[in-house]
Design a protein around this ligand. Structure first.
Ligand SMILES: Nc1nc2c(c(=O)[nH]1)N[C@H]1C(S)=C(S)[C@@H](COP(=O)(O)OP(=O)(O)OC[C@H]3O[C@@H](n4cnc5c(=O)[nH]c(N)nc54)[C@H](O)[C@@H]3O)O[C@H]1N2
Ligand SMILES: Nc1nc2c(c(=O)[nH]1)N[C@H]1C(S)=C(S)[C@@H](COP(=O)(O)OP(=O)(O)OC[C@H]3O[C@@H](n4cnc5c(=O)[nH]c(N)nc54)[C@H](O)[C@@H]3O)O[C@H]1N2
Ligand SMILES: [Mo]
Length: 692
C-alpha cells in the first residue's frame, strides 16, 4: 500500500480557510486533517470538514452528465455522454448568442472560494460570449460597502492578534458555528482576563458562552453604535489625538450622535439604557487605560435594510477611542481586502467587446420572470449555474422556483450533487470536489495565501469547473489562447507579485508549503493610513454624499419591523431570522447524512410567551408564513429567541424538508441601503400550529 499526505486548503465559504492535510492510500483519500503547523488552523477542523471524505465519496455524487427527462423541478434525469452534453449546450447558447448574448446569465457564488475554480475560466468564457454580468451580492456587499466608505478597504484587525485583547465585542456573528478558529483566539483572550460580549437578538451558541449578551432587536445595530458614540463623546472617553490626526468629520459626528441619548437608543434597540451606557463605558474606559479593545463584527448586522450603515457605524468606534493603536485593537469585518489578487489576469475582462448589463443575483426571483423591456434588456433565456444553489438560498424562493420552472428557459447546472437547483436543469454537468482539483485561495478571516493540491483523480466522469469551461469554449469555437491555460498556469497568476504584501508569492513554493502569510503590518492603522480618499477614518464621507447617501452615521429602521411597519406587523407580528446552522455550510452538507442527523430537522425557535399566545407546545409542527409564502418546521419553545423573534437555522435543502420548502419562502428580495445586498433578516411573519 502507498500512503501519502497532500497539502490542501478548505474551499468553503467560511472565514477560516483551513490548511488541510489529506491522507491518500492507494489513490483513495482516507482522512482530512487540519495542518498542525498552520498558525490559524492549528490542527483543528470543524465537524463538517473533518467529514469531507464522506461528502466526496457520497453515493449520490454526480458522476456523469445528465439530461432531464421529467418535468422541471421533478428530478428525473438520464445519463448522456460529455460529447452530447457539450454539443447540446453549445448549440443552445450559440443560437441565443446569435440573437443577443445578454439573454444568457451565469449564476455562481461561493460553493468554492477558490480563485481558480471560482471565477477564472468561467469568467473568460462569459466575457468572450458577451453574456450578462452577475452582481455577486448575496452575502457580503452591504457591509463591505459601509466599511469601505469608513475605512477604505476590507482590512482590519488580524485574527491572530485577538487573543491579546482585553475586551472583545462579538457583534452579529456566531463564531462557534461559523468562524471556529476565531473563537479559539477569543477563548485564549478570555483565559487572559478578557471580557467577551455578544450583541445578537438570539442567544446563539456563542452568545451563551460570552460574559454578557445584549439581545437587541434585529436590524437596530446602527442605532446601538450611535448610542455608544453618544456616551463616549458625552463622557469624554475619547482619544483626542487619534481623532485629530487620523479621522475626518468629528464635529459633524458629534452633532449627529448628540440626538442618540441612551434612552432613545434603548427604545429603538429594545434593550435597557444602562446596557448602552455600561457597554460604552467598558469600551471607552478599557481603551483609555491603554488596553486593546477589539470588535469582531459579522454578517448578522448586515442582512437588513440599514445593513451597510450598521457596519459603517460600528467601524467608526475604534477610531474614537484610538483602539487601532494596538495590534489587538480595532475591528475585523473581513480580511479579504488585504490580498493583492490579480483578478483581471484570471478573469480577462478585456475579452468583453462591450459592457453588458448586470443582473443582481439577489433578485434572481424577479429577474427570471421579467419580460424583455427597454430598462431591463432581453428576457433571460439561458442560465448557467455553478458553485451555487439559488433555488434553496436566494430570497423569495417561490419566485425563484417559478423562474427556474419556465419551460422556455434553458438551464445548465454544474454541480457535485443533485441539489434543489439541479432538479430544474436541462443539462447537469458533474463537477469535482476540492480533493480532485487544484486551486489557490485567499481568506476573509486570516492573512494567509493558500494552495490546494489535487489529492485524488476526479471521480467518475466529473471535471473541474475550469475544464468544463475550457471544453465549452472549444465547443463554441472560441480559440483565444487564454482558453488553453492549465489550472496550474491559472493558479500561478492568482496574486500580483509586484505588490509588497505578496512579494514572496511563487506558486511552486506555495504548493509545497501550502500557505504563506501576507507581508502586512501587525497594527494596520496605528498611524492612520486608512484606504479612504482622505487617508483618514471618515466619520464624514463625501463619497457617500456623492452616492446619494447620508454622509454621516445614521439609523435606517428595517423595512419590516413592529416599530417601522405597524400595519404589516398587525398581520405578521414576529421578526424572523434564519442564520447559518452549525453543521451545514449554507446549503452545502445538508445531504450528508451524519451532519443532517446532527441538525435533526428544520426547527423554529420561539419564545415561551409567543408560543403560549399561539397555543404552540415544544416539539409541535408549526407553519411560518407571510404574504410571500410559508414553510413548516418543528417548534422549539425556548428563551434563546427573545420575545417577538423567531429563529429558523438554515439553509435546508427544500427537498429534504417535509413540505419541500425552506426559510427563503418568506424572505424578501428587497435590497439593503448600500451594496445592493439581500435583507434575509428583515422579515415579519406569523406562526401557527399545524393541525394534523
Ligand atoms: N457552520 C457554518 N459556518 C458558516 C456558514 C454556515 O452556513 N454554517 N456560512 C458561512 C457564510 S457564507 C457566512 S456569510 C458566514 C456568516 O458568519 P456570521 O455572520 O458569523 O453568521 P452567523 O453564524 O449566523 O452569525 C450571525 C449571528 O447574527 C445574529 N443576528 C441576526 N440578525 C442580527 C441583527 O440584526 N443584529 C445582530 N447584532 N445580530 C444579528 C444571528 O442570530 C447569528 O447568531 O459564516 C460562514 N460560516
Ligand atoms: N435564509 C437565508 N438564506 C441565505 C443565508 C442565510 O443566512 N439565510 N445566507 C446567504 C449567504 S451568506 C450566502 S453566502 C449564500 C450562499 O449561497 P451559495 O453560494 O449558493 O451556497 P451553497 O448553498 O453552499 O451552494 C454552493 C453549491 O456549490 C456547489 N459546489 C461546491 N464546490 C463546487 C465546485 O467546485 N464546482 C461546482 N460546479 N459546484 C461546486 C456545492 O455542491 C453547493 O451545492 O446563501 C445565502 N442565503
Ligand atoms: Mo455568506
Amino acid at each position: 500500500m502507498t500512503s501519502t499526505q497532500v497539502r490542501a486548503a478548505c474551499p468553503l465559504d467560511c472565514p477560516d480557510t483551513c490548511a488541510l492535510l489529506v491522507t491518500v492510500e492507494d489513490g483513495v483519500a482516507t482522512a482530512v486533517k487540519g495542518d498542525p503547523d498552520h498558525p490559524t488552523t492549528a490542527g483543528v477542523l470543524c465537524t463538517k470538514v473533518a467529514r469531507y471524505t464522506e461528502r466526496t465519496y457520497h453515493d449520490e455524487r454526480l458522476l456523469h452528465p445528465l439530461r432531464r427527462v421529467g418535468a422541471k423541478g421533478e428530478g428525473q434525469f438520464e445519463r448522456i455522454s460529455w460529447d452530447e452534453a457539450l454539443r447540446t449546450i453549445a448549440a443552445r447558447l450559440g443560437a441565443i448568442a446569435a440573437r443577443d448574448p445578454e439573454a444568457i446569465l451565469p449564476y455562481s457564488y461561493c460553493g468554492t472560494m477558490g480563485l481558480v475554480q471560482g471565477e477564472s475560466m468561467s469568467s473568460r468564457f462569459f466575457n468572450r460570449l458577451g453574456a450578462s454580468l452577475l452582481d455577486r451580492t448575496v452575502c457580503a456587499t452591504a457591509g463591505a460597502t459601509g466599511y469601505k466608505y469608513t475605512i477604505g478597504a476590507s482590512v482590519g484587525t488580524d485574527m491572530e492578534q485577538f487573543q491579546d485583547a482585553k475586551l472583545i465585542i462579538i457583534w452579529g456573528g456566531n463564531p462557534i458555528a461559523s468562524n471556529l478558529h476565531f473563537w479559539t483566539r477569543a477563548q485564549e483572550a478570555k483565559r487572559h482576563g478578557a471580557k467577551l460580549i455578544a450583541i445578537d437578538p438570539y442567544r446563539s451558541l456563542t452568545a451563551e458562552k460570552c460574559h454578557q449578551h445584549i439581545a437587541l432587536l434585529p436590524g437596530t445595530d446602527a442605532a446601538l453604535a450611535l448610542g455608544l458614540m453618544h456616551v463616549l463623546i458625552a463622557e469624554d472617553l475619547l482619544d483626542h489625538d487619534y481623532i485629530a490626526e487620523h479621522t475626518l468629520g468629528f464635529d459633524q459626528l458629534k452633532d449627529r450622535a448628540a440626538a442618540w441619548t441612551p434612552e432613545r437608543t434603548a427604545a429603538t434597540c429594545g434593550i435597557s439604557a444602562s446596557e448602552v451606557v455600561e457597554l460604552a463605558r467598558l469600551y471607552g474606559q478599557t481603551a483609555k487605560a491603554g488596553l486593546p479593545v477589539a470588535i469582531r463584527t459579522n454578517y448578522g448586522v448586515q442582512r437588513v435594510r440599514g445593513g451597510g450603515m450598521a457596519v459603517r457605524n460600528i467601524a467608526c468606534l475604534p477610531a474614537l477611542v484610538g483602539a487601532w493603536r494596538h495590534a489587538a485593537g480595532g475591528v475585523q469585518l473581513s480580511s479579504s481586502g488585504s490580498f493583492p489578487t490579480n483578478k483581471p489576469a484570471l478573469q480577462r475582462p478585456d475579452l468583453l467587446k462591450k459592457l453588458p448589463r448586470t443582473i443582481n443575483m439577489t433578485t434572481i426571483g424577479d429577474d427570471l420572470l421579467r419580460p424583455a423591456s427597454p430598462g431591463f434588456g432581453p428576457q433571460v433565456e439561458a442560465v448557467i449555474v455553478y458553485n451555487a444553489n439559488p433555488v434553496a438560498i436566494a430570497p423569495d424562493s417561490s419566485k425563484v422556483a417559478a423562474g427556474f420552472a419556465r419551460e422556455d428557459l434553458f438551464t445548465v447546472v454544474i454541480e457535485q450533487f443533485q441539489t434543489d437547483t439541479a432538479d430544474y436543469a436541462d443539462i447537469v454537468l458533474p463537477a469535482t470536489t476540492q480533493l480532485e482539483h487544484v486551486d489557490a485561495h485567499t481568506s476573509y478571516g486570516h492573512l494567509y495565501m493558500m494552495a490546494n493540491n489535487a489529492a485524488i483523480a476526479p471521480l467518475g466522469e466529473s471535471k473541474p469547473n475550469t475544464e468544463i469551461f475550457r471544453l465549452l469554449a472549444r465547443a463554441m469555437g472560441f480559440d483565444d489562447p487564454c482558453f488553453a491555460e492549465t489550472d496550474e498556469q491559472l493558479a500561478a497568476q492568482a496574486f500580483k507579485t509586484s505588490d509588497a504584501r505578496a512579494v514572496h508569492f511563487d506558486w511552486e513554493s506555495l504548493k509545497q508549503k501550502g500557505w504563506q502569510k501576507l507581508n502586512m503590518p501587525a497594527a494596520p492603522f496605528a498611524n492612520g493610513g486608512f484606504f479612504t480618499p482622505s487617508g483618514k477614518c471618515e466619520f464624514y464621507s463625501a463619497q457617500m454624499a456623492a452616492d446619494g447617501l447620508d454622509p454621516l452615521p445614521t439609523y435606517l429602521a428595517p423595512y419590516e419591523s413592529v416599530a417601522s411597519n405597524p400595519q404589516l406587523a398587525q398581520r405578521y407580528p414576529l421578526a424572523m431570522i434564519s442564520p447559518p446552522a452549525r453543521n451545514f455550510l449554507n446549503s452545502t452538507f445538508v445531504n450528508v447524512k451524519s451532519l443532517r442527523a446532527a441538525e435533526g430537522e428544520p426547527h423554529l425557535d420561539i419564545h415561551p410567551a409567543d408560543a403560549a399566545a399561539r397555543g404552540i407546545a415544544h416539539g409541535e409542527m408549526v407553519r411560518i408564513f407571510n404574504d410571500r409564502g410559508s414553510f413548516v418546521a418543528k417548534a422549539r419553545v425556548t428563551d434563546k429567541a427573545r420575545a417577538g423573534l423567531v429563529v429558523g437555522l438554515s439553509v435546508w435543502w427544500k427537498k429534504l424538508a417535509s413540505d419541500g420548502k425552506n426559510a427563503n419562502e418568506v424572505t424578501s428580495q428587497r435590497l439593503t441601503d448600500m451594496g445592493r445586498a439581500p435583507t434575509f433578516y428583515d422579515t415579519l411573519v406569523q406562526v401557527e400550529r399545524v393541525i394534523v
